[in-house]
Design a protein around this ligand. Structure first.
Ligand code: ADP
Ligand code: ASP
Ligand code: MG
Length: 438
């Protein structure tokens, strides 16, 4: 069976929902479909939660009313029969009454995760109703019944596999199985999610659990491009990527894939195909085990990075210095992306700066601390094994006019990362594209 995931823009209007329905039924084969919320909805739901958190029910109500107005107009555009118009109307009424219930009694503990989950719950119900109206043998399976994280907030793969297998057995013989991306339950059974953009991760986890033939991520662009299309003008789709290359690109800012999405597919050996909903016949990108030797594939960049340097003569020849430094980051659950060391100092980068002040404070016991904010990691990805001569020179040469704060090479065979100022990002990406791909 194939798993097909459609992102927010792919289900962003009734017209698009009809397009998705056409795409998932055209092969006639049983297919498992994962849907995101309609584009913009998750942001609105987060905004509603923020107003509720600030105990401002009017603010929350205004967004709920706007969202409701928009959703109600979709009913006439999507369905042709009174039966399905009424059915969906009733369902959406229930949804918006549920959201409003939180504005009425601000002193009951409101559950942000429950509010945020409604986007995917609405889109999947709307599409399944449409398919059923069209006579398709489709069923909606609630992700909350099988998608679960463990006590470390990591997906509980064996639970997911066991539950999903049982649910699929109970529902054998359907053509289309639809579920929500992004949402899950945590180890305590509470509604939770897999972080922003997490629907890709849902699709990959489901594909791995079901040992699918292929996991397809359908979005608004024809695959992984060789540079960030939001920043660089002339980018091109990369036809094939190795799992490792795709992971590096996703982790270092290629927004088309959720950072952890590749892992479950990689471990299960299931190819991932990136496709464009607006241009379904375009080839897209295939991600698999094949490694094309000696080729630079793409460039990605991640903003909002903070670099922290600890300089200390105590590091000289001392063992255990790095462990003590890293333990401080660990105690604040802050992960380190890049590291560069010398005999008398170490530089590290972090993306999550929530505990920056505390971390810096504690690091001061080990040396002089310097912090550089508004930095950006630019990452060049491909087969960059050290036996492939000259790639690091070509990449460095491409950005020779840009001040580089840190370089990381050799951590994996697939990437060279440069830490530069965020304000130099555009120039760096453009220059890398010109040198590497033209
Ligand atoms: P979806 O809502 O379908 O999950 P996303 O917005 O999360 O879609 O991801 C698709 C977007 O990722 C594209 O519109 C594009 O702007 C952006 N993007 C960033 N880097 C890349 C890249 N290297 N290749 C393709 N798209 C990229
Ligand atoms: N709807 C969620 C988000 O906007 C998940 C996703 O689209 O992947 O982040
Ligand atoms: Mg996405």
């Amino acid at each position: 069976m194939k798993v097909m995931k459609f992102g927010g823009t792919s289900v962003g209007t009734p017209e698009r929902m009809k397009g998705v329905s056409e795409l998932i039924t055209r092969s006639g084969e049983p297919t498992f479909v994962v849907l995101s919320a309609m584009s913009g909805t998750t942001n609105s739901l987060i905004e509603i939660s923020n107003y509720l958190y600030k105990k401002n029910p009017e603010g929350a109500n205004e967004i709920i009313n706007n969202l409701e107005r928009k959703y109600l107009t979709y009913i006439d555009e999507l369905y042709s029969t009174d039966e399905y118009k009424e059915k969906t109307h009733e369902f959406l009424n229930g949804e918006f009454n549920y959201l409003r219930s939180f504005t009425k009694d601000l002193f009951t503990s409101f559950e942000e995760k429950n509010i945020i989950a409604q986007g995917e719950i609405m889109s999947t119900n709307m599409v399944v109703n449409y398919l059923q109206e069209q006579g398709v043998n489709a069923i909606l399976l609630s992700a909350l019944d099988f998608m679960r994280t463990d006590k470390n907030a990591e997906p509980d793969s064996s639970y997911i596999k066991q539950k999903l297998t049982a649910i699929m057995k109970e529902n054998e013989g359907r053509q289309i199985y639809i579920t929500q991306g992004f949402i899950c339950r945590n180890a305590y059974g509470e509604v939770d999610n897999l972080q922003r953009g997490g629907s890709d991760y849902t699709a990959s986890l489901i594909g791995a659990a079901m040992i699918a033939d292929e996991i397809q991520i359908w979005t608004d662009i024809d695959g992984m491009h060789n540079n960030d299309p939001r920043v660089v003008d002339k980018t091109e789709a990369v036809r094939q990527l190795n799992f490792e290359e795709a992971s590096e690109l996703a982790y270092f800012g290629a927004k088309i894939l959720h950072p952890t999405c590749v892992q479950p597919a990689k471990y299960a050996g299931i190819p991932v195909r990136l496709k464009n909903t607006m241009e379904p016949d375009a080839e897209g990108t295939i991600i698999n085990n094949v490694l094309v030797r000696g080729k630079i594939k793409a460039v990605a960049a991640k903003d909002n990075i903070t670099a922290i340097k600890v300089k200390s003569s105590r590091m000289l020849g001392a063992s255990g210095f790095l462990r003590k430094v890293f333990e401080i980051f660990e105690s604040y659950q802050t992960s380190i992306d890049m590291v560069a060391t010398s005999e008398v100092g170490v530089s590290m980068t972090i993306e999550n700066g929530v505990h920056l002040t505390e971390i810096v404070d504690e690091l001061k016991q080990y040396g002089t601390v310097t912090v550089d904010s508004n930095m950006c990691i630019v990452c060049v990805v491909g087969d960059l094994d050290w036996n492939n001569l000259g790639f690091e020179t070509i990449a460095a040469e491409a950005i020779k006019d840009i001040p580089v704060r840190m370089i990381s090479y050799g951590g994996s065979n697939y990437n060279i990362s440069f830490l530069i100022r965020e304000s130099d990002k555009k120039r760096a990406l453009q220059s890398l594209s010109a040198v590497l791909f033209n």
